[in-house]
Write a protein that binds this ligand. Structure first.
Ligand code: FE2
Ligand code: FE2
Length: 219
């Protein structure tokens, strides 16, 4: 397969898998406490810090300038999301500085992503697939905010966060077109994408156990 055919196929497989994610079922198992905007924003804080950290780790782990700058751009955006979400929590009456999003340690998706050693796997999992999941989840979160009448949080996600996450996915697509050129690279990329989807699905199905929150709006 050419890289272009491969990326189209992988994107199609991802989209088919993501259609299985139902709005409330996606959100519910991932948070401690009631299903409301502040609790979901606290989950989002954790996702943003994990996304920042993994992009930063991968940025220093490659000599490829285009890959480096793609991860740099992503790390900056995710850190910006972290700040914007903190600001929104403050407006809603919560002190973001009193929340430690990493109190429970890094989650299983982060741990998996951190274990990947090749750039093609990292881009396939962390950008092309994880960011496609983020786009779907954020769209669901925006609908949820609209439904409960939180126009400002909906606008934050609709106007700023979601377009950034979409751009991260696009960065992943462009890099994959350049990197997924051999059978071996395509096999590795497919496996990494599938594992990422499986982990995301597992996390959303799993009732909240001991360590706290995992994967939810905005990463
Ligand atoms: Fe992102
Ligand atoms: Fe983000």
């Amino acid at each position: 397969m050419t890289a272009a055919e491969f990326v189209a196929t992988l994107g199609g497989e991802n989209q088919a898998a993501l259609r299985g994610l139902e709005p409330d079922a996606t959100l519910k198992p991932e948070l401690a406490g009631a299903l409301n905007v502040p609790n979901l924003l606290k989950v989002a804080l954790r996702n943003e810090i994990e996304a920042t950290e993994i992009a930063a780790r991968w940025l220093v782990a490659t000599d490829d300038v285009r890959v480096k700058m793609a991860f740099a751009r992503q790390a900056g955006d995710e850190a910006k999301h972290f700040r914007l979400i903190g600001d929104r929590l403050k407006q809603l009456g919560f002190d973001p500085d009193a929340i430690d999003p990493l109190a429970g340690g890094f989650g299983p998706l982060f741990t998996y992503l951190d274990s990947l050693t090749t750039t093609v796997e990292r881009v396939a999992a962390g950008q092309f697939t994880r960011e496609a999941i983020a786009v779907v989840k954020n769209r669901q979160f925006i609908e949820f905010c609209d439904r409960v009448g939180d126009k400002d949080t909906a606008a934050l996600y609709r106007d700023t966060i979601e377009p950034d996450e979409r751009y991260h996915h696009e960065l992943g697509r462009r890099l994959l077109l350049r990197l997924a050129t051999t059978d071996e690279a395509q096999r590795a990329a497919t496996a990494a994408a599938r594992r990422t989807l499986a982990l995301a699905e597992e996390l959303q199905k799993k009732a909240l156990a001991t360590a706290g929150i995992h994967h939810a709006p905005g990463c």
